[in-house]
Each structure stands twice: as structure tokens, then as C-alpha cells.
Design a protein around this ligand. Structure first.
Ligand code: KG4
Ligand code: ZN
Length: 341
């Protein structure tokens, strides 16, 4: 089955064509980062308007790259939530209009399920069951995954998501949006051990996370440095490293607990923060203890993209799932409510 996938949940317009027999045929992305950078974060109205501008040219580009005509496309999948409502509505209306015009089914995909399944696009995909660590700008969750739509939430963040913590910490250090890659870049030249930040919620049992205290700790440290006149580039790098280590070690410790609790030795990491090299390394090392393996998508499929939506949509469409022509999106949408495949 040949599926067109559209992603517009936040600040990236993603389009891809995935074929169940031939794999990923083409994908294209337009990132709005430059548009939002001067505001230090995503401006929803600007995001929606830009999705409108980019969507059709990107679809034409992807169809051209894949050498596919509209007559060959058998279904349209789009991100139906969670995300910014205005941005989601652009993808949903475009998908429904195309599906109607082409006489093919449409299906709304859960954005986090898209992230979760993105490693399936790689050469050595993980087999079910596995534990998944979903770490994006809006979510931090540990999930036991027994199959598509068979999700059991093991733990989640009680406040900021991991990516959000990266972004907010970067902002208070005066770094550009999005903060995750910036913190990671600075951390590379940080001095190990100069600052040691807390590992939140690791001293008590359970698999939930909390990152807002870490952000406050960073703010206090930075303020103390500034008052002492020690606010140069090296101090920024040292703080970035201390922050990144605290997040990576906290996530690693909770993943170890989740693997012990479930008795599994396969771990999938997905979402923007799964692009982080230190996190990948730390988890890879930890999985060695379990004679297991950590799976992740190539960096550009860790952050938002159309390929993951086309793939996830295709799996559900193949199982006969699709929807009527109504245009409906959901800003909040618990993943456990999805039907199994
Ligand atoms: O999955 P994603 O593209 O969007 C959401 O669904 O939220 O994730 C974006 C998040 C941002 O918070 C960004 O700062 C973070 O992923 N991120 C990173 C890295 N690359 C992106 N965080 C840490 N290290 C990175 N290399
Ligand atoms: Zn995302």
C-alpha cells in the first residue's frame, strides 16, 4: 500500500511517501526554526500560516522525487494530535481534501506513535515487545510496547518534558531556540565535574520523571556565576555539560529500572531528544548489562518528520483502519487510547 504522510503538529512541515512493499520512497521537510527563533519559541499562529504555505509545494516535491502520480497513492495519513490545534488543522484539512479528491481513505495518526515507530524505518528494526523511552519537546514517557496500539504507560514526567527542559535551560543561558542541540553542542567543550546537578526523583522508587527543579537549579547556578562576574563562554559550556549529564543519567537510571521491571532487554528511544549523542551512548552502554540493544531512528527521523507519520499510518491502514471525511484534531490525546492493530 502506498501512503502519503503529512506532519504539521508543531513547527515542522513534513511530507513523505511510504510503500509497504518498497519502503520509504521519498520524504521532505521544511523547518520553521528561523521563523520562530527571534521569539525564543514557537508562535502558534505563525506556525499554522507557514504550514499552509509549505504543504502543497512539499507534496509536489515528494511525488516528483518518488516518481509517483496521484493515481498511485492509495491512502493519506496525517498527524491528528497531540499538538498545536491550528497547525494540526492545516495537515488534517489538506489530507482530507486530497483523500476526497483522489477517492482514497484518510487516517489521523497519533504524533507520539509516529515517533515511537520511527526506528522501524531503519535497517534493523526492533522486534516487539520492547520498552520505549519517548523524549520529545512535549512528552517524556516510558512505555511497554507489545505491538502497534498495545501500549502500557510505565511512567511519565510530572512537569516539564525532557526536550522542554533542554529548551528552557538553553533560553536562560541566552542560547538560541531550539535549545536541545545548542546545549549538546556547548556540552562537548564543558569541564567535567565543575558543576554537579541533581538527578531528580532517582532516590525514590517508580518510573516518573520531574525536570522543572533541574531547570531552577541551572538558573540559580547561572545567576551565582553572573553575580561573581564568571559568565563567560566556558562557564556556559560547563553548565550545559552538567545539565546534559543530569538529564542523561536520570533517563538512563529510569530506563534500567523499566527494563528490570518488565524483564525485557530491548529499548527504543524516540522523539527529538533521542538524537542526543550522550544519551545514545549512555543507554547503549547500559543495555550491555542486559545483553540487550538500544534502537533509535537516524537523527532527522528523531525530530518531527513526515516519514514516521506515513509509516505509522500505513500499518493501521493495512489493518483496515480509516476514518470518515470529518476534519477533527486533538490537542491532547493519551496514546493508550489508540486501538490495537
Ligand atoms: O520530537 P520533536 O521534534 O518535537 C516534539 O514532538 O516535541 O522534539 C523536539 C525537542 C526539542 O525540545 C529539542 O530541543 C529537542 O527535541 N532536541 C534535542 C536534541 N535535538 C532535538 N535535545 C537534546 N539533544 C539533542 N541533540
Ligand atoms: Zn514530535
Amino acid at each position: 500500500m502506498l501512503v502519503l504522510g503529512l506532519e504539521t503538529s508543531c513547527d515542522e512541515t513534513g511530507v513523505a511517501l511510504y510503500d509497504s512493499a518498497r519502503g520509504l520512497l521519498a520524504d521532505a521537510l521544511f523547518s520553521q526554526i528561523d521563523l520562530h527563533r527571534i521569539y525564543g519559541g514557537v508562535v502558534p499562529e505563525l506556525a499554522s500560516r507557514d504550514h499552509v504555505k509549505r504543504m502543497l509545494p512539499l507534496i509536489r516535491q515528494v511525488m516528483g522525487d518518488a516518481g509517483v502520480t496521484s493515481a498511485q497513492i492509495e491512502a493519506v495519513a496525517y498527524t491528528a494530535g497531540p499538538g498545536l490545534v491550528g497547525a494540526l488543522l492545516v495537515g488534517a484539512s489538506c489530507a482530507q481534501a486530497l483523500a476526497f479528491a483522489w477517492g482514497v481513505p484518510a487516517l489521523g495518526v497519533h504524533h507520539m506513535e509516529g515517533h515511537l515507530l520511527a526506528p522501524m524505518l531503519e535497517a534493523q528494526p526492533p522486534a516487539f515487545p520492547f520498552v520505549a523511552l519517548l523524549v520529545s519537546g512535549g512528552h517524556t514517557q516510558l512505555v511497554r510496547v507489545d505491538g502497534i496500539g498495545r501500549y502500557h504507560l510505565l511512567g511519565e514526567s510530572l512537569d516539564d518534558a525532557a526536550g522542554e527542559a533542554f529548551d528552557k535551560t538553553a533560553k536562560l543561558l541566552g542560547l538560541d531556540y531550539p535549545g536541545g542541540p545548542e546545549i549538546a553542542r556547548l556540552a562537548q567543550t564543558g569541564t567535567p565535574g565543575r558543576f554537579v546537578f541533581p538527578r531528580p526523583m532517582t532516590d525514590r522508587p517508580g518510573l516518573d520523571f520531574s525536570f522543572s527543579g533541574l531547570k531552577t537549579f541551572t538558573l540559580n547556578t547561572w545567576q551565582q556565576c553572573r553575580e561573581a562576574g564568571d559568565d563567560g563562554e566556558q562557564t556556559r559550556c560547563d553548565i550545559a555539560l552538567a545539565f546534559e549529564r543530569a538529564v542523561v543519567e536520570t533517563l538512563t537510571l529510569k530506563c534500567r529500572r523499566a527494563l528490570k521491571q518488565t524483564g525485557l532487554n530491548r529499548l527504543v528511544i524516540a522523539g527529538g531528544v533521542s538524537a542526543n549523542r550522550s544519551l545514545r551512548e549512555a543507554l547503549g552502554k547500559m543495555l550491555g548489562e542486559f545483553q540487550g540493544q538500544v534502537f533509535y531512528a537516524r537523527p532527522r527521523f528523531c525530530t518531527d518528520n513526515g516519514a514516521m507519520i506515513a509509516y505509522a499510518g500505513c500499518q493501521r491502514l493495512l489493518a483496515g483502519q480509516h476514518e470518515g471525511p470529518a476534519i477533527s484534531v486533538q490537542a491532547r490525546w493519551p496514546m493508550e487510547r489508540l486501538p490495537p492493530v
